[in-house]
Write a protein that binds this ligand. Structure first.
Ligand SMILES: Cc1cc2nc3c(=O)[nH]c(=O)nc-3n(C[C@H](O)[C@H](O)[C@H](O)COP(=O)(O)OP(=O)(O)OC[C@H]3O[C@@H](n4cnc5c(N)ncnc54)[C@H](O)[C@@H]3O)c2cc1C
Length: 393
């Protein structure tokens, strides 16, 4: 007989759901049963697998810096901590750094962010235009006042590899993955008692985690909760360029365009203008955005990019928190045992380890034990006190 009762059911088994399953099953204070309900074991369409797979400490919110710093520690120790039967998973973490560039108008904000990042212990240097030119001779700096460069801890990885490593270890530690979708939630007063799956089966549960990415608002609605999160499409372009750019980090242009090395080329992207960025669930790549907006910006910043060639492209979706572009984490005041981890707004892959650990602490111990992420809970949303992240890429 298949098991129909679990202490914790996690809806969504990509980076965040699998990290929660890993940390719960690793916690000696927990000892309960965990089911991860994930309808797509190929992970083809989840944000985790389609992301730009990069991690930075350069945020404007303390909690985001702390979560990413933990993400770095976790990635550095990944192979040892997540080995299964002697096989060490390799998330291919490369500490290539982030470079945020600023015009004179943007310099005060860059400086403020840098001061906060330094206070938080991030290894980030503030460089003026001359220092940028000396360090990155391929970069056009004539309109820039400076930039902040991550010297260690920031970079990029194989996000799919991280997800698979978490999933395999969670399974080895006792988690059950079910290739199904949650289609119903049963409540008794202020508690979730069971979920219904798309094959009609019911799973009784002591707690439910919403880790459903852009599926999270629909899942929340099943419990009668409106989550202020929408799917926003983001395209990624893999380009090749005849010239090498020695020491190229992940570069964030003042326009919002980004690029970083990937294999023999680079990946690049930019958000569409706000008035052309509706809620959207299709996967059609925004080719006009590349031709009309992104390529000219890239070539303006790096003259060698005049000669680039777009080789491949794909689109995925941010689970955009419309209130303040930060994760909504923890239970809703109306439902004690429904835990949310949604609205990552483009920085959830790197936060998955910290958020997975945070969820495990909330569920197993009733409160945060390591990083205090209480400010990122529902209360700020319901009381209209946003914690706005200024560095959304
Ligand atoms: C183009 C792009 C670039 C990005 N770049 C970065 C980056 O560089 N760095 C970074 O940190 N973040 C980045 N992100 C954001 C990051 O990918 C996400 O924030 C993160 O992967 C979210 O993980 P998740 O597990 O919450 O969601 P997802 O990875 O989207 O997974 C959600 C899972 O839930 C499942 N699901 C949905 N509905 C249900 C249901 N009803 N029942 C059960 N399961 C369900 C889905 O099948 C899916 O597998 C990027 C995102 C995109 C789209």
């Amino acid at each position: 007989m298949p098991q129909t009762q679990f202490d914790v059911v996690i809806a969504g088994g990509a980076a965040v759901g699998s990290a929660a399953a890993y940390f719960l099953t690793a916690d000696p204070g927990f000892g309960g049963s965990v089911a991860v309900v994930e309808p797509d074991p190929t992970y083809q369409r989840c944000a985790t697998a389609l992301s730009a797979a990069s991690i930075r400490h350069q945020f404007s919110t303390e909690e985001n810096i702390r979560m990413s710093r933990f993400g770095t520690e976790f990635l550095r120790a990944f192979g040892d901590a997540l080995a299964v039967d002697g096989v060490r998973p390799d998330p291919a973490f490369h500490e290539g750094g982030y470079l945020f560039l600023a015009t004179p108008a943007g310099l005060p904000v860059l400086r403020d962010n840098h001061a906060l990042q330094r206070r938080e212990g991030a290894d980030v240097a503030l460089l003026d235009a001359a220092a940028l030119r000396a360090r990155f001779p391929w970069l056009r700096v004539d309109d820039l006042a400076g930039g902040t460069l991550g010297l260690s801890g920031e970079g990029w990885l194989d996000a799919y590899g991280m997800l698979q490593g978490l999933r395999r270890k969670a399974i080895a530690q006792g988690a059950t993955y079910l290739p199904r979708r949650v289609t119903g939630i049963e409540r008794a007063g202020a508690r979730v008692t069971a979920v219904r799956l798309d094959d009609g089966q019911a799973l009784a549960c002591g707690a439910l985690v919403n880790a459903a990415g852009v599926g999270a608002p629909a899942l929340a609605r099943l419990a009668g909760i409106e989550l202020p999160v929408q799917a926003r499409k983001r395209s990624v372009f893999y380009v090749q360029c005849p010239e090498r750019l020695p020491g190229c980090p992940m570069v964030i242009d003042p326009s919002g365009a980004y690029f970083r090395p990937e294999g023999q080329g680079f990946i690049a992207g930019i958000a569409p203008p706000p008035d052309q960025d509706p809620e959207c669930f299709d996967f059609d790549v925004q080719h006009a955005l590349f031709e009309d907006v992104l390529w000219p910006l890239l070539a303006r910043r790096v003259p060698a990019f005049e000669a680039l060639r777009c080789v491949r492209s794909w689109a995925g979706h941010y689970d955009m928190n419309l209130v303040d572009q930060n994760v909504i984490l923890g239970p809703h005041p109306d439902l004690d045992n429904l835990y949310f981890a949604n609205g990552f707004s483009g920085h959830g892959m790197q936060q998955a380890p910290a958020v997975g650990r945070a969820l495990a602490e909330l569920i197993a111990h009733g409160g945060y034990r390591t990083l205090d992420l209480g400010r990122l809970g529902w209360r700020r949303i319901l009381e209209g006190r946003p914690i706005v992240e200024k560095n959304v890429v």
